[in-house]
Structure formats: structure tokens, C-alpha cells
Design a protein around this ligand. Structure first.
Ligand code: PLP
Length: 391
């Protein structure tokens, strides 16, 4: 068969680090072993019943069988505005400040194409969600990494960004509660972010994918709650984690109207909006009592407590995450790399963890563990690791 060559654009896309991990895991599973997979980020709980029911009813509505309005249903944008006002006290104009997305990932990959020209500079967190790099590359832009270090509570230190970099940067990606570190942002940090980005004319794109998941009675804050934030950026929200709707592919961006207009314009050329029945169910999720979200948060908090307690008991010096459904754990000193440690856990304990280096060079020295399985399986993972006598 003739092979048609890929474009330079595709050839230059970053290599998918975790693809090789998936291959290794499949080999162990095929050998018939009982593998505990703590390496992925796929929510394990089903979508709440009232949302599924809303979808079932909406699917039968013939008006939704036609093309959706290009820029999304007005009722969903109004629900987004109601949600932001109710949950965060933030005023959003549903006609100018909301863009409906095919999931958060779509918006995160689209926004660099909306704002950047080839060669423009973006500030990205390291460690960070690898899809940020794909978006930057698709825009043929360049990135400068902002290290997230434990001594700075995994927040970037703007004082360490060189003057030239500050002046060149046009966009900055942030993500709190953070994947992979489990850190959360403070009000002061977001205030500092607004000051820094205003001074340097940088557009902030805050990825609020884990906005619903915060522990110890501390609710994650929205970037848009910060004075001046809406003038200086956008926030990207997804239904994937808050409502266990990862397979539905629905999210939204809110904030600065010029950025929202650019996202809508790009999408006008690429798609017709998300299936309206999904938009209807999404609006229902936002406008219904948030009991399911509170219950989900409590479930993750219980699992976090079980996991951290079990790992501390076996002598692993771990810190509890304050948000997201991930824990970020140090690699024991006898291992030369996060990949060597994760390979060892897979082979010897049949426990999968994600090597930190897959999230960037500053992720080296850590592994990411997901809270996406039952308490029993988390305890079982700790027992299997205990039997290796590493600590
Ligand atoms: N941002 C972060 C940090 C994530 O971890 C994820 C998913 O894992 C997403 C965005 C994208 O979520 P979705 O595309 O399902 O909305």
C-alpha cells in the first residue's frame, strides 16, 4: 500500500510519552496478572442518573436532531453564567463571554491557534498536562517552561522568569487544582498572576478541569474571582471530572470577550457545535442541586485519606494533595528515575503509576497516582508495595 507522508505539522507533534507505558501495562495484563492501574486519569464513577435521564429525554427531541446553532445553545451559555454567579460570585455575559467546547482539551488545544503566530512564546507549567504542548506545537509557537517546585507549593515563581522571556510571552497556561501535583492555588497567587500578566501583556488561560475537587473543607477558587482576571484571560471548565462526563465531550471557556470571540471564530470554521441533547443535559447538570458533586468530592477525599495513610504506614514519605484526584509521590532514592521506579512497580507489584517525567523535566523524581479506584484496591496496592521492602 502506498504511504502518504505526514505533514511537517504532524511530524513535529510531541511524542506521546504515556503510549509506551500503556504498551507495557497491556503486556502484563495479557500475561494474566491482576493489575491495579493508578496511572490513568479516567473517572471511574458513572455520570449521575439525573443527568443521564435529562440526556435520554433530550435525545428524543426532534429539534435537537437538526444542526445545533454554530456557537452553541443560548440556554447552555445562560446556565454557565448562572453557575459562575452561583458558585463563584462571578458575573458572566452569556452572549459574549462563553464559548461551548467539545471538552476542555479541545479548548486548550485551540486557544494557542487563536492567539499566537508562529514563533510566539507561551509560558507553560512544568510538570504539566501534556496536551498543552500539543496545542503550542499546532500553533507553531514556542514554549518556555515555568518550573513547579515543592518548595513553592507547586506554584510558578514569577520572579525567576527572565525579563526577555516576560516581554516576549503572549500567553500563559495555568492549572489549579493541578494535574499532576494535586496542588491548589491561593487567592494571593492569582492576584500576583493578574499583576504579572497585566504588566507584561500576557493572556492567562486557566485550566479549571479539577475545579470541583478540593479537600479539607477548602473549595478550589476560580481564577475569574480575582479582581481584573476577566480582563486578562479566560478559564476553561469541563464536565468530565465534576460530573463524570469524560465520554460526553463537553466543556466551556469563560472570560475575556475578545478571546471568546476568537475561539468561537475558529470553531465556526472547524465544526458545528456539540449535539444539542448533550448541551441540554450539560445545562441540567449546572442548574440542578450540586449534591452529586459534593458526594463525588467526599468520595475522592476518603480515597485520598486511605491512600496517604496506607503509604505513610509502609514508610513512604508522602504529602497529601489538597485538590484534584491525583497524588504526587516522591520516587525512593534507590531508583535512578521515575520511569525505572514505575517499571519496577509494574513488574514486581503489578501496580501502575505514571512516571513524573512524562509531565515534563521537573516531574522527574515523582510519580503520579490516581484516586480512581476503590478503597480496597488502593489498600491492596499499598500492601503489594509494602511486600517489596523499599522503605
Ligand atoms: N486539563 C487537565 C489538567 C486534565 O487532566 C484533563 C483531562 O484529563 C483535561 C484538561 C481535559 O479534560 P476534557 O477534555 O475531558 O474536558
Amino acid at each position: 500500500m502506498k504511504i502518504f507522508e505526514q505533514s511537517h505539522l504532524l511530524n513535529n507533534l510531541p511524542k506521546q510519552f504515556f503510549a509506551s507505558l500503556v504498551g507495557k501495562v497491556n503486556t502484563i495484563v495479557e500475561q494474566g496478572h491482576d493489575v491495579i492501574n493508578l496511572g490513568q486519569g479516567n473517572p471511574d464513577q458513572p455520570t449521575p442518573e439525573h443527568i443521564v435521564k435529562a440526556m435520554q429525554e433530550a435525545v428524543a427531541n426532534p429539534t435537537f436532531h437538526k444542526y445545533s446553532p454554530f456557537r452553541g445553545q443560548a440556554f447552555l451559555k445562560e446556565a454557565v453564567a448562572t453557575f459562575y454567579k452561583r458558585e463563584y460570585g462571578v458575573e458572566i455575559d452569556p452572549t459574549k463571554e462563553v464559548c461551548i467546547l467539545f471538552g476542555g482539551k479541545a479548548g486548550l488545544v485551540e486557544v494557542p491557534q487563536c492567539l499566537l503566530n508562529p514563533g510566539d512564546l507561551v509560558l507553560v507549567p512544568d510538570p504539566g498536562y501534556p496536551d498543552y504542548w500539543s496545542g503550542v506545537e499546532l500553533a507553531r509557537a514556542k514554549m518556555e517552561k515555568m518550573p513547579l517546585l515543592s518548595e513553592n507549593a507547586f506554584l510558578p515563581d514569577y520572579k525567576n522568569i527572565p525579563n526577555e522571556t516576560k516581554q516576549q510571552a503572549k500567553m500563559m497556561l495555568l492549572n489549579y487544582p493541578n494535574n499532576p501535583t494535586g496542588a491548589t492555588a491561593t487567592k494571593e497567587f492569582f492576584e500576583e498572576t493578574v499583576t504579572f500578566t497585566k504588566e507584561n501583556d500576557i493572556c492567562v488561560v486557566h485550566d479549571f478541569a479539577y475545579g470541583a475537587i478540593g479537600f479539607d473543607g477548602k473549595r478550589p477558587i476560580s481564577f475569574l474571582q480575582t479582581k481584573g482576571a476577566k480582563e486578562n484571560g479566560i478559564e476553561i471548565y469541563t464536565f468530565s471530572k465534576s460530573y463524570n462526563m469524560a465520554g460526553w465531550r463537553i466543556g466551556f471557556a469563560v472570560g475575556n470577550p475578545s478571546v471568546i470571540e476568537s475561539l468561537n471564530l475558529l470553531q465556526d470554521h472547524m465544526y458545528v457545535s456539540v449535539f444539542s441533547a448533550i448541551q441540554e443535559a450539560a445545562a441540567h447538570a449546572l442548574l440542578s442541586p450540586q449534591t452529586c458533586v459534593n458526594e463525588l468530592n467526599a468520595l475522592y477525599e476518603t480515597r485520598r485519606n486511605v491512600l496517604i495513610h496506607a503509604f505513610k504506614e509502609i514508610g513512604w514519605d508522602v504529602t497529601a494533595p489538597s485538590g484534584s484526584f491525583f497524588a504526587w509521590l516522591p520516587v525512593p532514592p534507590q531508583f535512578t528515575s521515575s520511569e525505572a521506579f514505575s517499571d519496577y512497580l509494574l513488574e514486581e507489584a503489578h501496580v501502575v503509576v505514571a512516571p513524573g517525567v512524562g509531565f515534563g523535566e521537573y516531574g522527574e523524581g515523582y510519580v503520579r497516582v490516581g484516586l480512581l479506584t476503590s478503597e480496597e484496591r488502593l489498600k491492596e496496592a499499598a500492601n503489594r508495595i509494602k511486600a517489596l521492602n523499599l522503605f
